[in-house]
Design a binder for this molecule. Structure first.
Ligand code: GLU
Length: 286
């Protein structure tokens, strides 16, 4: 069988306007897809029902078209696939690899503020496992409508798939190297949110596989999460794509760009008369 056509994706979340960091990621994806004679898909990561807004989805299409990027239509929207995400989540739970958790983020943070606790790579306290052994009781609490998340039982997941875990990282020039993964540092990560039956981690591995993504190009801020993604792929029987985690575009003060820190959006730049060509050139895609 011939190798599948290289398939890449740019996967923004519609919870703010795109900024230069997104532009860099999208343009790099396009550049690598072109070099590989692959295809580049657009995926809207809109599982967050509160922060995702339809006007921001429209703005993503507009900003990417302005940058000169074209994608096959329609773009996949994660929110249209929550049923499939739920099925994956239930599959893990049925095998004893996920459990419902009734703790609020506030309770966990409060406990962590009293005594120092180990933290995950994003700096959040590792979940102490309070709800891990609730079993029968949790059935009644769910039936009574109590809000809950779903967590991966990391110890069981690692016992069932001890590894060693890893993946292939690739550079834009096509060279590859093996990277060792340590999923355990994420602890009992949330794989199903209170409001939707998935989390970023579960949805991203599910959808990358569903779309036949072979090469993931995304920012270095998600590099550590790949360790967890590799373990989820193993348990869900999904292939592991190759990964390239690119450097993040920083502002003049060296901070990561983010709407919350007032970084100028592509729309702001456009309104100020900056051309798409100038943006591309400033990011090294002249
Ligand atoms: N939706 C994520 C973001 O906007 C990117 C996810 C990914 O590329 O894996 O940060």
């Amino acid at each position: 069988m011939s190798a599948p056509r290289p398939t890449l994706r740019f996967a923004p979340s519609p919870n703010g306007r795109l900024h230069l960091g997104h532009a860099y990621s999208a343009l790099l994806n396009a550049e690598i897809a072109r070099r590989m004679d692959g295809r580049l898909l657009l995926r809207i990561e809109d599982i967050d029902p509160v922060r995702s807004r339809p006007d921001l989805v429209a703005a993503i299409f507009e900003d990417l078209a302005w940058l000169g990027l074209r994608f096959p239509t329609p773009a996949r929207r994660q929110s249209e696939h929550l049923g499939a995400h739920r099925a994956s989540l239930h599959g893990l739970a049925a095998r004893g690899l996920a459990y419902p958790c009734f703790c609020s983020r506030g309770t966990i943070a409060a406990a962590a503020s009293v005594t120092p606790v180990p933290r995950d790579p994003d700096g959040s306290p590792l979940y102490p496992g309070t709800c891990r052994a609730l079993a029968a009781e949790s059935v009644a609490r769910i039936a009574a409508g109590e809000p809950h998340t779903w967590r991966l039982d990391m110890a069981r997941a690692l016992a069932a798939e001890p590894g060693p875990h890893g993946y292939l990282a690739f550079a834009p020039d096509g060279t590859e190297h093996a990277v060792a993964a340590a999923p355990g540092r994420w602890g009992d990560a949330v794989i199903g949110r209170r409001d939707v039956p998935t989390s970023y981690h579960l949805a991203v591995v599910h959808d990358d596989a569903a779309e036949g993504v072979t090469h993931v190009v995304r920012g270095r801020d998600l590099e550590a999460a790949t360790d967890l993604h590799v373990l989820l792929q193993r348990h869900l029987g999904l292939p592991t794509p190759r990964y390239h985690h690119h450097d993040l575009i920083r502002d003049a003060a060296g901070a990561k760009l983010a709407k919350s820190r007032g970084s100028r959006s592509l729309a702001d730049l456009r309104a100020a008369g900056v051309t798409a060509e100038a943006v591309r050139a400033s990011l090294g895609f002249g």
